[in-house]
Ligand binder design. Sequence first.
Ligand SMILES: Cc1cc2nc3c(=O)[nH]c(=O)nc-3n(C[C@H](O)[C@H](O)[C@H](O)COP(=O)(O)OP(=O)(O)OC[C@H]3O[C@@H](n4cnc5c(N)ncnc54)[C@H](O)[C@@H]3O)c2cc1C
Length: 395
Amino acid sequence: MDLDFLPEHADFRKEVRDWIEASYPAETRRKQEAGEHLGKEDILAWHRTLHNKGWLTPSWPVEYGGTGWDSVRKYIFSEELARAQTSQTSFGLGMIGPVLYTFATPEQKEKFLPGTMNGDIWWCQGYSEPGAGSDLAGLSTRAVRDGDHYIVNGQKTWTTQGHFADWGFFLVRTDPDAKKQEGISFLLIDMTSPGITVRPIITIEGGHEVNDVFLDNVRVPVANLIGEENKGWTVAKYLLGHERTGIAGVARSKRGIERLRELATAELADDAQPLINDSDFRRKVAELEVDLAALEYTELRSLASESKGKGPGPEASLLKVKGTEVGQRLTELTLEAAAHYGAPYSRGMGDNIGPVGPDYAGKAAPTYFNMRKTSIFGGSNEIQRNIIAKAVLGL
Ligand SMILES: Cc1cc2nc3c(=O)[nH]c(=O)nc-3n(C[C@H](O)[C@H](O)[C@H](O)COP(=O)(O)OP(=O)(O)OC[C@H]3O[C@@H](n4cnc5c(N)ncnc54)[C@H](O)[C@@H]3O)c2cc1C
């Protein structure tokens, strides 16, 4: 896409690019290049580097740690992060942060925002349950008031990085007699509290990202309630909007397509033709690029409206559906490019399988399998389509 960037934007891009190159933690880069797993400390090293520079949360209000950049600068920044293939920051930052600065009391902000920013608090999201995923309002984890505490009992599932988490933001039922959405509250729970058990769920490619979390008579101070009791659904929905825009991953997919083109153009041994000479493959890559360009414009529109102070609306659902479809398609084409070298792989995303084919091929299949999750999490794509039909098309 050819946006009309101003000269000052080109300078900004250079500043960001040079800074990332000079500041990205060398050990994290080494692990990524060797195809090794990144642990909590690796992710935190980058999180803290960004925080120290003041670039951790560009889209937040300046008073809470935002950079005050215009939407073009924010966009350039996310593009440069993707181009340099930097690691994530700590889980949940972009979800719980906006909730805290929007709904928390001054005391809660003071208690949780600094640690969330500087990496001392790693969050997990306790929304889904075995019986409540798409129908989230049907959740049954129960919180019963006992003086100035709640006693919480229930089970959460699919809890991403719950095994790393210091704190979790949980949806709990505080009024079982009210209408489903009206009896829910939003609670912050210390993950070291007695009565919490975190049990791994191993995903299809062999990775450990998600967990079951069991809560057995967990005592949670009422002071950890965000917003009003029984009004947690409003907070929950606000958070989901922020989760969904983050999932679109336009800049990451752009870098992925560049990489795919490089792979498919690579010179091959003997007289074999590079894959890019195959017109059918070229067509598939071109279709993906067209979809990605359309997604990029939609994301820019959404960023522009956010910069005017509007939170993400139902277009967040659109970005989520299309962004995850593009991301999945990219992994399919990368697997196609890896061809038979993609077939053998060891369990675990980053594990190197040794000298079978080119380096990238060992990760093609586990990445393909891992990315199946994206059309499910953050609210499944079928549910997002229902939301779009209702809110955008008025059906
Ligand atoms: C890798 C991963 C990480 C996750 N991380 C977290 C996390 O950190 N915290 C958290 O709380 N949750 C997390 N989730 C849970 C995720 O949000 C749920 O999986 C998702 O909301 C779907 O719920 P479900 O799995 O219960 O599926 P179900 O709701 O049982 O749905 C099953 C299928 O039916 C379809 N379906 C259901 N209802 C409808 C409908 N009304 N119309 C059309 N189709 C429908 C769904 O699209 C889906 O295909 C994660 C999930 C995954 C896979």
